[in-house]
Design a protein around this ligand. Structure first.
Ligand code: ADP
Length: 629
């Protein structure tokens, strides 16, 4: 007790005395005469952490009190000297200040101010309610409080805070305890040194209470690796210099090469790592709440406020990162603030836009693939349709050619019969003439081949398509077509001029389809000339290998040609100028040729008639090979 009397010695001076009503919009709603409140600071209004608590208290009282508040603030300036001096002048000053006006509530902020009031209670405003705030419950005894007194006390567990440091940074071997040399700080140094003995052998404590502020900064700069700083309070340093405001903390933070921890949150966000902390907001809020109740008429002695204890552990994410503390080391339920937004959070809009673009692209690709598949199916179906049509077209052609075909087969057959009979006769002679007989047999063989050509050509008309492409000699196809149309040409007095290249115009393709194209074009030419009045009827058919390596089949007639007006429509399906025509022939021909990678064109022939040209990519010619094995 004696130490406190010494601590609260004379030299007390009034530092701040401001009488004012809360200038807030809420003040307009306050009713009745103002309530006069004296807030006594322990050293001055700017000593942490009480300065932050005072800010929170003022704000909360302003918003909670139903009355206008006339707040006076004074400071126990003498406390900074720590000398035992007479304090009566300060008491007299305060009493005289409120002698006339009266006082509704006295609040002592911090343990020194609390001690001052408790010691001088009989003399200083004995009938005025007293509220002790922000004083640790270990700095006074509840028995010291009368019926007109109450307290919003704090209690914090320093051992738990040190354990938290070691939990976060298990490699820590040294903890610098930044604490000053005021009477209150000496009180704490003594208690802490005693209770920290339990960490002996585990971690070394370096006490700053014997240092000046400059020495503290220097020591912080020179701390060895694996150190941590436990920042308490420095109200007055060892040289007796008061440390107002946050400047010392700022200097320590700049010099520190080690993580800084503290017991209260007023430097949270300014460079301390965090942990289980006292909440200056909570202390201010509860003090304001109790003040409001007293001003509302409640008896202070009846108001029992729970002690403000350490809050849920609170950490600064940036400091955790800086000191490489994994969040897995934090106790469950810890709160981490000041997280830097992740790339996802920072570029949320851009990422969403890109994701949407990707999604759209994926959908488009999906849609294109779907369409592509549909097209493939449609193409396959249409190819099948073309095949079916081509087949019908061939049947129709075969019907038209029936008479011609019969004739073409009968011709060689009767030649074979004639030649064979002659041959037999040559052999039956008394002296068989073998030379004549051989000649006759050769004629029979030749005519057999001729019949075979016709039958092959006709057979193709009725055969189903072979799906695979193979090497096809276009000259062979031309000859087959000429064979089966010979009779038709002859019956209409159509001459033939066939000019087939010896350069083997071999292409890769479907022989039946390609034969059908040539046959269609030849039949169209025959039909055009059949109806023509011009007696000079000539079918010219030519095969060639062109300079660019492609194969050409050219079919020209001397018919009437086409009206230029209908020329464009010739290749359209179902276009026909013939009474019984189907109009599918040219359309099928074009489809087949283009499916073989070639082109089919029609131009007027000179002086009249039509000139059809089939151009096909040519297969590399083989070194040898005849048309018959
Ligand atoms: P179709 O022979 O059944 O009419 P095509 O598709 O083979 O069907 O021919 C279409 C039309 O093209 C014919 O009706 C005819 O008017 C014209 N055409 C085709 N070839 C010739 C040709 N060589 N000379 C004159 N007109 C032709």
């Amino acid at each position: 007790m004696g130490r406190w009397i010494a601590a609260l010695a004379l030299g007390i001076a009034l530092a701040v005395s401001t009488g004012w009503a809360w200038p807030t919009p809420a003040a307009a709603r306050k009713v009745g005469p103002p309530k006069r409140v004296l807030l006594l600071h322990s050293l001055g209004p700017q000593f942490p952490p009480w300065n932050t608590i005072a800010i929170n208290f003022r704000e909360q009282l302003r918003s909670q009190s139903p009355h206008p508040i006339d707040l006076y603030e004074a400071s126990l300036q003498s406390y900074r000297f720590g000398a035992a001096e007479e304090q009566k002048p300060f008491i007299d000053y305060l009493r005289s200040l409120f002698a006339e006006r009266g006082l509704d509530l006295v609040i002592a902020l911090g343990a020194p101010a609390a001690r001052f009031f408790l010691l001088n209670r009989p003399e200083i405003f004995p009938g005025t309610p007293l509220l002790l705030a922000a004083a640790d419950e270990r700095t006074f005894s509840p028995t010291e409080l009368g019926h007109n007194d109450t307290a919003v006390a704090t209690r914090f567990d320093q051992l738990r805070q040190i354990e938290d440091i070691l939990q976060l940074l298990p490699d820590t071997t040294e903890i610098a305890v930044v604490i000053g040399d005021s009477p209150l700080e000496r009180f704490w140094v003594e208690r802490l040194q005693h209770s920290f003995e339990r960490f002996a052998g585990r971690v070394n404590f370096r006490w700053f209470n014997t240092l000046s502020a400059d020495e503290m900064v220097q020591q912080v700069r020179e701390l060895p690796a694996h150190s941590a700083i436990y920042y308490g309070t420095v109200r007055v340093d060892a040289q007796g210099v008061p440390q107002e405001g946050d400047s010392l903390f700022g200097r320590i933070r700049e010099a520190a090469q080690a993580p800084i921890f503290s017991y209260i949150d007023n430097h949270f966000g300014q460079g301390i790592v965090g942990g289980p902390l006292l909440s200056s907001y909570e202390i201010g809020r509860r003090t304001a709440a109790v003040a409001g109740r007293i001003l509302g008429g409640e008896t202070p002695g009846d108001i029992k406020t729970p002690t403000v204890e350490l809050s849920t552990p609170l950490y600064d994410w940036r400091e955790l990162q800086r000191w490489k503390v994994s969040e897995s080391r934090l106790s469950p339920g810890s709160i981490v603030q000041f997280r830097e937004p992740t790339a996802l959070e920072r570029y949320r809009v851009q990422i969403l836009a890109i994701a949407a673009a990707f999604l759209l692209q994926t959908l488009l690709i999906g849609w294109f693939l779907h369409e592509h598949r549909r097209r493939r199916i449609a193409e396959t179906e249409s190819l099948q349709l073309v095949n079916d049509l081509a087949r019908m077209n061939r049947f129709a052609t075969a019907g038209q050619l029936a008479a011609s075909i019969a004739h073409e087969i009968r011709q060689p057959l009767s030649a074979i019969v004639t030649a064979s009979t002659a041959g037999l006769n040559w052999l039956r002679r008394a002296t068989p003439d073998l030379a004549e007989a051989r000649l006759a047999m050769e004629t029979a063989v030749e005519q057999s081949h001729r019949a075979d050509d016709v039958i092959k050509g006709v057979g193709a008309l009725f055969r189903n398509e072979a799906q695979e492409r193979r090497r096809v000699d276009l000259n062979e196809l031309v000859e087959q077509v000429l064979a089966i149309t010979a009779q038709s040409r002859a019956s209409h007095a159509i001459g033939l001029d066939a000019d087939l290249t010896p350069d083997a115009p071999v292409v890769m393709g479907h022989p039946i389809q390609l034969q059908q194209v040539i046959l269609n074009l030849v039949m169209n030419a025959v039909e055009a000339m059949r109806d023509s009045a011009d007696p000079a009827r000539m079918l010219r058919i030519q095969s060639a290998v062109r300079a660019d390596g492609t194969a050409l089949i050219r079919i020209r007639d001397t018919g009437p040609g086409v009206d230029p007006k209908v020329a464009d429509n010739m290749f359209q399906p179902f276009f026909t100028t013939k009474p019984g025509g189907m109009g599918m022939g040219l359309s099928i021909c074009k489809t087949i040729i283009e499916a073989h990678g070639g082109s089919l064109t029609a131009t007027p022939n000179s002086p009249h008639g039509m000139d059809f040209q089939i151009v096909l990519p040519r297969e590399r010619p083989r070194p040898a090979g005849g048309r018959r094995p």
